[in-house]
Design a protein around this ligand. Structure first.
Ligand code: NAD
Length: 422
């Protein structure tokens, strides 16, 4: 493979593989298995026509579905609609899904998919058309026993409903288990929407306990006030923390005395953006990361904490809600500075965990209460956090390497047991 450029070789892919390489070297991972895990097992790129509502133009758009690891069971991973999406980003996200599922003990390998389009400019009918066409383009790859998409950036419950309907129309009967993150009415799970944010806060509380910090009264900063960041902020506030700053795509708001999130939510309902929320200071998405706080939760997009700004972070604890927010250079700086990091592959794995619950409930046709979902989620998150922490403390390594050792060991053992065909 040396000397040949891989189709998915982009900065984000290099980050995912760079993390893998560091840990694999540290744990003396079998080189054959290591090499297998550096690339996706299946990657589909499609291009298809997309007609705008005005009938004036037909655009050609690209869609992707990547399955990183088929060893553990069906594959699982979200669906991202983004103007800059490429095969490298989808591949990196699929690799991270593999580790998340293994760390949480879920019977899946990692996958990811999406469409290279800006969903914000689309009408509802355009979004539906593109979702249905994309689903039919990847239909051979997905299914409740094969590969189960969920939502991610730029997609939501309605998009999952259209994907489920498109698949079900093709096979001739309703198949709720083909996607997760669906509306409750068609087989979704209670607690799914809040699950990632709930997992982030569970990890933050566990980390505080380990570090001897009080979560109650701690100052929290959240970059990205969406499904993950918004839920994490609201839950943290409900549990006694002081949320001092939050942001969205346009920038953030800061009040060192703590934000009243009910008022913030009412403002966002009316104005869509946080911008202009009274009684607070405006901050940019770069500045928000450097505010004085105890707990920093990046919950927007990748590549936010880098070698350029890591030495200016003022938090004691970094809990990664987003996927890939921290690069390798920043990891080194933060470790040296004693900032405790709960990596994305642990911190945001609450989403895939409740997606797994949704898939199980769809298969059983027996649905759990919200309390059951939340309690099972918290139990699994705490167990995973403590397992990873034990490796981190025992081997005197950071939590990202410890988490990867946990995930890689499970995957490597499964690969070894299954052997090589033929
Ligand atoms: P979302 O669309 O609900 O929210 C994203 C937030 O980030 C919004 O407030 C948005 O305004 C802001 N944002 C968007 N682009 C930005 C930019 N360029 N700079 C700064 N802020 C920006 O998305 P989400 O579901 O909350 O996902 C957020 C992150 O969490 C993503 O990295 C996603 O992959 C990851 N994640 C989500 C889930 C889940 O269950 N939703 C699970 C695991 C990981």
């Amino acid at each position: 493979m040396a000397g040949h450029k891989l189709e998915w070789d982009t900065p984000m892919y290099r980050l995912a593989v760079g993390q893998l390489d560091r840990t694999a070297a540290m744990m003396n991972l079998d080189e054959n298995i290591w090499e297998r895990l550096r690339t996706p097992q299946r990657a589909l790129v499609v291009s298809f026509p997309f007609r705008r509502d005005d009938y004036a133009s037909v655009d050609t758009v690209f869609g992707y579905r990547v399955q990183h690891l088929l060893t553990m069971g069906p594959t699982k991973g979200g669906t991202r609609f983004d103007a800059d999406l490429d095969l490298g980003e989808v591949t990196a996200l699929a690799i991270w899904m593999t580790w998340k599922c293994a760390i949480m003990g879920l019977p899946y390998g990692g996958a990811k998919g999406g469409v290279r389009i800006d969903p914000h400019g689309l009408s509802r009918t355009e979004l539906q058309r593109i979702t249905r066409r994309y689903t039919s383009e990847i239909i051979e790859m997905i299914g409740p026993d094969r590969d189960i998409p969920g939502p991610d950036l730029g997609t939501d419950e309605q998009v999952m409903a259209w994907m489920m309907d498109t698949y079900s129309q093709q096979v001739g009967h309703a198949v709720p288990g083909v996607v997760t993150g669906k509306p409750i009415e068609i087989g979704g799970s209670l607690g799914r929407r809040e699950s990632t944010g709930r997992g982030v806060v569970t990890c933050a509380m566990e980390a505080c306990r380990h570090l001897g910090l009080s979560f109650d009264g701690s100052r929290v900063v959240v970059q990205g006030y969406g499904q993950v960041g918004g839920t994490a902020a609201r839950l943290a506030a409900a549990l006694g923390a002081k949320v001092v700053a939050v942001s969205d795509v346009k920038g953030g708001i800061h009040d060192p005395n703590g934000l009243d999130l009910r008022k913030v939510d009412a403002w966002v309902r009316e104005h869509k953006l946080l911008e202009g929320f009274p009684g607070t200071d405006a901050v940019t998405n770069a500045e928000i990361l450097e505010l004085p706080c105890d707990i920093l939760i990046p919950a927007a997009i990748q590549n936010q904490i880098t070698g350029d700004n890591a030495d200016r972070l003022q938090c004691r604890l970094l809990v990664e809600g987003a996927n890939g927010p921290t690069d390798l250079a920043a990891d080194d700086i933060l470790r040296e500075r004693g900032v405790f990091t709960v990596p994305d592959i642990v911190a945001n794995a609450g989403g895939v965990t409740v997606s797994y619950f949704e898939w199980v409930q769809d298969a059983q046709q027996f649905f759990w209460t919200e309390e059951e979902v939340n309690q099972k989620l918290i139990t699994i998150m705490q167990r995973a956090f403590r397992d990873v922490l034990a490796i981190s403390v025992g081997r005197k390594i950071d939590m990202r390497n410890a988490a990867l050792i946990r995930g890689l060991s499970r995957v490597a053992e499964a690969k070894r047991l299954r052997g090589v065909f033929p």
